[in-house]
Design a protein around this ligand. Structure first.
Ligand SMILES: [Mg+2]
Length: 253
């Protein structure tokens, strides 16, 4: 175990459930990031947060006292914009908050027969009409892109459905499998690793989602660390085989 620890030269850090829960920073997390910078341990934030543009997420983190630059954030919203550009998308239908959709401003919107339907979390704005409009576009030939397929997240008032259950409904109805741009897509992890300039074996991924963060990263040879400050439930560690388990990011201090 000690050997594994001494291998770690850089970190990939999840945001929701590791840096904050909903609107509250996790105690000690801002100090932990500052300590990493002071000790010159490079890190990147890798997040499936799909309700905010990368810029708004960065502002939220700054307001909470996190000392990070916008470039250190790898957001699935930005990854989806990159994916649509790589596919030379001529149009897309947003199933996104206005804030997240603002990052797609270079790509024309089409609410009827788009090239792509792009789905993120809508929180309480999910309803039949939103899903059915997306379903109809898929049945007319649009391809399905999901920012993430997380099952649930932890809100102030308790656990809440994330985008995954709604993406799965669209997949089931249309018979089409979504391209997921965020974690655990290897392209997403690899983009962050490349930016960090470290091989997977020298990098640890810290997250509160055993499947998506920990097992997802381990599949690429990244060291997987489960951080139980977010939605992590008793027994989650047994759903995978994390290399380490931390109570919170503050344990790094
Ligand atoms: Mg998380």
């Amino acid at each position: 175990m000690h050997e594994l620890l001494s291998q770690i030269k850089g970190l990939l850090i999840d945001v929701d459930g590791v840096l904050y829960n909903d609107t509250e920073p996790i105690p000690g997390a801002p100090e932990a990031l500052r300590m990493l910078s002071k000790e010159r341990i490079p890190f990147r934030l890798v997040t499936n947060t799909s309700m905010k543009s990368r810029h708004s997420l960065w502002q939220k983190l700054k307001r909470m006292g996190f000392d990070v630059s916008e470039e250190e954030i790898f957001s699935t919203v930005s990854a989806a914009v990159g994916y649509l550009e790589s596919q030379k998308a001529s149009s897309y239908m947003p199933v996104l908050t206005e804030d997240a959709a603002s990052e797609f401003e270079g790509i024309p919107m089409d609410e009827v027969s788009p090239d792509f339907v792009v789905v993120g979390d809508l929180g309480e704005a999910w309803d039949f009409n939103v899903l059915n409009k997306a379903f109809r576009a898929l049945m007319s030939g649009a391809r399905l892109v999901a920012l993430q397929k997380n099952r649930y997240w932890k809100r102030k008032d308790g656990l809440a459905l994330d985008a995954g259950p709604f993406v799965t409904a669209l997949e089931y109805a249309s018979g089409q499998e979504a391209v997921v741009t965020g974690k655990p897509n290897p392209l997403f992890f690899n983009a962050a690793l490349r930016d960090l300039g470290l091989p997977p074996s020298k990098t640890a991924m810290l997250g509160d989602d055993i499947e998506i963060d920990v097992t997802g990263a381990q599949k690429l040879g990244i060291i997987g660390v489960l951080v139980c400050s977010g939605k992590c439930l008793p027994g989650d560690a047994e759903k995978g085989s994390p290399d380490f388990v931390l109570g919170s990011l503050a344990d790094l201090l």
